[in-house]
Write a protein that binds this ligand. Structure first.
Ligand SMILES: Nc1ncnc2c1ncn2[C@@H]1O[C@H](COP(=O)(O)OP(=O)(O)OP(=O)(O)O)[C@@H](O)[C@H]1O
Length: 297
């Protein structure tokens, strides 16, 4: 059978037993629940919006260790500490009548680790991720509002590339025929939905963008975005750490030598580029140092 509302397949299972011991059923259900939870142990569950609800997207992924995402020195710890401080103090918010939610914005050039860091922090907190694209044409104000209010417990809401949403919406104005009948998310609808995101549970919203300058100040004002962090090109420290993570047998001096060689070439390397470069010299750290100049920026 299919749930006509959401398109999700579902079925009813009826238990019948001769006898009076109802506990048999409770035990079966408990065992099934434990088995299902066991499958997600040590993994990060991703959800995407489907109709009016969140649906699991793909298989749960193995948690990404926070240490595998090398941000600028101290940044990772700073964000983690802030999120934990938020989760651990619900009373502080209720005592002051402040909605129990916190918004984070990671901004900066592509491939520097914004999405990877959010996945890793979700793993660290044992949270799932509800991934939502604001440029989805079927998204309307009501639907967004509803989805944000029914997001699974212990999840991070991730709005990626928030700058793209309203740029692409201009297309609707230019070509109304194509977009006729589609749900329409308005900018004020987004602001209202973000303001309405409040529950007794900690509600964490992460947004990412490559272009903070294109964002309306109303979207990133405190209360909607409480913590902004630039995630930029690799620093000397990051390059050294990435080298040592990739080639654990190498010394700190060699790592620094790599960073120096990279910097003599350019100061605009993204971590994704560095990772791609290392992949070409999997077992050859010297080669990685000598040829860092070949990375095209
Ligand atoms: N700081 C980092 N430390 C380790 N790996 C990184 C880092 N940044 C990026 N990577 C690697 O580069 C790839 C792309 O990174 P990611 O998608 O997180 O970048 P992004 O900043 O979110 O990019 P975009 O703005 O294009 O979405 C991933 O495979 C990731 O493992």
């Amino acid at each position: 059978m299919i749930d006509l509302h959401t398109g999700t397949p579902w079925e009813n299972v009826t238990f019948t037993a001769f006898g009076t011991n109802r506990n048999i059923f409770f035990n079966i259900l408990q065992e099934a629940r434990e088995l299902a939870l066991h499958e997600q142990e040590g993994k990060t569950v991703m959800y995407t919006a489907m109709g009016a609800e969140w649906r699991q997207f793909g298989f749960p992924r193995r948690r990404r260790p926070l240490s595998s995402v090398v941000l600028q020195e101290g940044v990772s710890e700073k964000i983690l500490q802030d999120v934990k401080g938020f989760i651990d103090h619900p009373k502080w918010y209720s005592d002051r009548g402040i909605p129990y939610r916190r918004g984070y914005l990671l901004y900066g050039p592509p491939g520097c680790g914004k999405s990877s860091f959010i996945t890793a922090i979700a793993g660290e907190l044992e949270y799932s991720i509800c991934l939502m694209s604001l440029s989805d044409n079927s998204l309307s104000d009501d639907r967004l509002n509803h989805l944000l209010s029914v997001a699974p417990q212990q999840s991070i809401i991730l709005l990626e590339d928030v700058d793209a949403a309203f740029v692409s919406r201009d297309l609707a104005k230019q070509n109304p025929g194509v977009y006729q009948g589609m749900g329409r998310l308005t900018f004020s609808g987004l602001l209202n939905a973000l303001d309405g995101v409040a529950s007794t549970e900690a509600r964490i919203v992460f947004m990412t963008t490559n272009h903070i300058d294109r964002l309306d100040p109303a979207l990133i004002r405190p209360g909607r975005v409480d913590f902004k962090q630039y995630v930029g090109h690799c620093t000397h420290w990051q390059l050294t750490q990435m080298f040592l993570r990739f080639y654990p047998d190498q010394t700190l001096t060699t790592g620094e030598q790599f960073a120096k060689a990279a910097f003599s070439h350019t100061d605009k390397l993204s971590a994704a580029q560095v990772q791609g470069h290392f992949m070409m010299y999997k077992t050859d750290p010297e080669g990685a140092i000598e040829n860092i100049g070949c990375v095209t920026v």
